[in-house]
Design a protein around this ligand. Structure first.
Ligand code: NDP
Length: 245
């Protein structure tokens, strides 16, 4: 069986702000049912309210992607309720940038936990269902940082290179019914830079992030990949501000 055309059941992680929230709104506007997960439940409830008011279909779930069994439980519950999960948008991420010589080991661990292990927990949760149906779509939110390594971005870019590689590895290992897409955003308006605590990195980001595109621009790229017919696999999309160098 190939992937569902028409209305899909989609789980978006990290949907409480920025790109995840915009993606959920976009996919709901496209007619899909979106399950929105993150830790800030009140933000998710507001998002579900906005989607519903616009005539869309959404539900909120508590989800911390660093909790492997919790992630699996969320996915299993979606499949139990809706009979399937068509798309996982593995979007949750953090970006506490700093130079390596700042030695912020705890922040490195945090990035690896959320950006790499969180993605792997999502894959571990959905793959049994995708494999059973022979269909499913993983959309990974990597970054322009999967292609370049600015100063202060060694570890963050490392996690995004990893996200790129893991997603490509899933493509290579999977049957044709399972599709994978890596989205690589450039500077996009969101709360992401709020997680930077290092003063030098914060300062550097002011100039780097001066030109930003709205999160809806990234959501449109997700929408494009999701709406393709089952035989078309959009593997990577880089979307950045035209003025970004
Ligand atoms: P935001 O900070 O606005 O959103 C990040 C989201 O991740 C939030 O919804 C947050 O929700 C969620 N999150 C963080 N930790 C966890 C966790 N442990 N479990 C579940 N959810 C979590 O930033 P963006 O929208 O920009 O980031 C989305 C993705 O886009 C990230 O992967 C980021 O790396 C990537 N990206 C962003 C770019 C940009 O310029 N904005 C550029 C390139 C890539 P909560 O805290 O409620 O759990």
């Amino acid at each position: 069986m190939n992937g569902h055309t028409g209305r899909k059941i989609v789980l978006v992680t990290g949907a409480s702000s920025g790109i995840g929230a915009a993606t959920a709104e976009r996919l709901a506007a496209d007619g899909h049912h979106v399950v929105v997960g993150a830790r800030r439940r009140e933000r998710l409830d507001e998002l579900v309210g906005r989607v519903s008011a616009a005539g869309g279909s959404a539900q909120a779930v508590d989800l911390d992607v660093t909790d492997s069994s919790g992630h699996r439980a969320v996915v299993d519950a979606v499949v139990a309720e809706h009979g399937r999960l068509d798309v996982l948008v593995a979007n949750a991420g953090v970006m506490p940038l700093s130079r390596l010589d700042a030695g912020r080991v705890e922040e490195w661990r945090w990035m690896v936990d959320v950006n790499v292990l969180g993605l792997l927990h999502g894959i571990a949760a959905v793959l049994p269902h995708f494999t059973c149906r022979g269909a499913g779509h993983l959309v990974t939110m990597a970054s322009i940082g999967a292609h370049e390594v600015p100063a202060t971005s060694a570890v963050y870019s490392g996690t995004k290179f990893a996200a790129w590689a893991i997603t490509e590895g899933l493509r290579v290992e999977s049957p044709a019914g399972i599709r994978v897409t890596t989205i690589c955003p450039g500077v996009t308006t969101s709360e992401l830079a709020d997680s930077i605590t290092d003063p030098l990195a914060r300062e550097a980001m002011v100039a780097y992030r001066a030109n930003a595109i709205p999160a809806s621009s990234i959501a449109a790229a997700v929408g494009f990949a999701v709406e393709q017919p089952a035989e078309v696999d959009v593997n990577e999309v880089i979307v950045r501000p035209a003025a970004q160098r």
